[in-house]
Design a protein around this ligand. Structure first.
Ligand code: GLU
Length: 335
């Protein structure tokens, strides 16, 4: 048998190192039972609490996993980053930001409030902002809005996704705060289509079933500037990816966003289903699933796992080993 070329050897040893890092982290964090399940709907309180899956997808399409990486759970608020990207591609930056701002808000994610300066939601990662995005998608795409959102998220995951109908029904039955937000947005003319049609899109998008592997591939699609590294399909535009990652970095982790930015230093979005999707620009997507949540609503093990990976692999955006702009290096700048 001929020996592998050096580049391939280096690549497989990098994958081997990531694999052993993931396996170690999995065993180290598995005994951690801190946090509580989301219980605003009975379906989420019924989820087996001990599940724990980690997946990393590289921008060259390799997927490395540990634990329950293929266990299904509802995407919930992680969908907010992807529908924002979809709207940015569809209507552009200016029209998107006529509907929603990009300021971190000091309010809870489900606050029934708008930014008093603009009369628009603070950002697309809180419920008001995500419902504004759903409203603009409904307005732009009509009745096909949810079908197209599901197709877009499926393209980002590289496989066909589906909705958990029980979760969807519960979200719809109990979503009074979200309905109130919908009416506030309609009154402010953020959208002009009926509130119920918009909430149907929003509740369905929250109820899409994914796995940690799906979140990793979605993250890798963003890391790979919009092209799914598994299928090689263009899913999002270049500027859209930059915009989306910026909003994830500043607003993606509920009221824990600042702490996350310092400790992990990666753009990320979490959901109350226990999922976290994080992105290492141009290199990796990370997906973690563990349903027990901390006081901020982020997965306890998911957060610890991302802290561990960031430390171990030097992933923080401002890591001192990060060489900065390749453009400046190419023209002779310091690097
Ligand atoms: N369906 C949830 C809601 O709108 C999503 C919450 C979340 O994941 O942050 O309240």
């Amino acid at each position: 048998m001929s020996a592998s070329p050096p580049a391939l050897k280096a690549q497989s040893s990098a994958h081997g190192q990531i694999q052993s890092g993931l396996t170690d982290l999995y065993h180290r964090l598995l005994p951690n039972r801190e946090g509580e399940l989301a219980d605003y709907i009975p379906e989420l309180a019924k989820v087996p609490a001990d599940q724990f899956g980690i997946a990393v997808a590289t921008a060259d399409g390799e997927v490395i996993t540990a634990g329950d990486a293929d266990a299904p759970f509802t995407i919930q608020s992680v969908s907010k980053a992807l529908t924002l990207a979809m709207l940015l591609d569809l209507v552009g930056r200016e029209a998107t930001y006529q509907a929603v701002g990009v300021q971190p808000s000091g309010d809870p994610f489900n606050a029934i409030t708008l930014d008093p300066r603009s009369n628009r939601p603070f950002n697309p990662m809180v419920n008001a902002g995500a419902i504004a995005v759903a409203g603009r998608l409904r307005e732009t795409l009509g009745r096909t809005a949810f079908g197209q959102s599901l197709a877009k998220l499926s393209e980002a995951a590289g496989r066909e996704l589906r909705v958990d109908e029980n979760v969807f029904e519960s979200e719809r039955e109990t979503g009074h705060r979200n309905r109130a937000i919908g009416h506030l947005l309609r009154a402010a003319e953020v959208f002009t289509v009926p509130v119920d049609e918009v909430l149907d899109v929003y509740f369905r998008q929250c109820s899409i079933l994914v796995s940690a592997t799906d979140l990793a591939v979605m993250g890798a699609t963003l890391a790979n500037i919009g092209r799914n590294p598994k299928t090689q399909r263009e899913v999002f535009g270049l500027e859209t990816v930059r915009e989306t990652l910026s909003v994830m970095f500043t607003c993606g982790m509920y009221d824990g966003a600042g702490d996350w930015a310092c400790r992990v230093g990666l753009p990320a979005k979490s959901g109350v289903g226990g999922g976290i999707m994080a992105v290492v620009n141009r290199q990796l997507g990370i997906g973690v699933f563990s349903p027990r949540l901390d006081a901020e609503g982020n997965s306890v093990r998911g957060k610890l796992c991302c802290v561990g990976l960031a430390d171990e692999l030097g992933l923080h955006a401002f890591e001192f080993t990060n060489p900065g702009s390749s453009f400046l290096r190419a023209i002779g700048g310091r690097g």
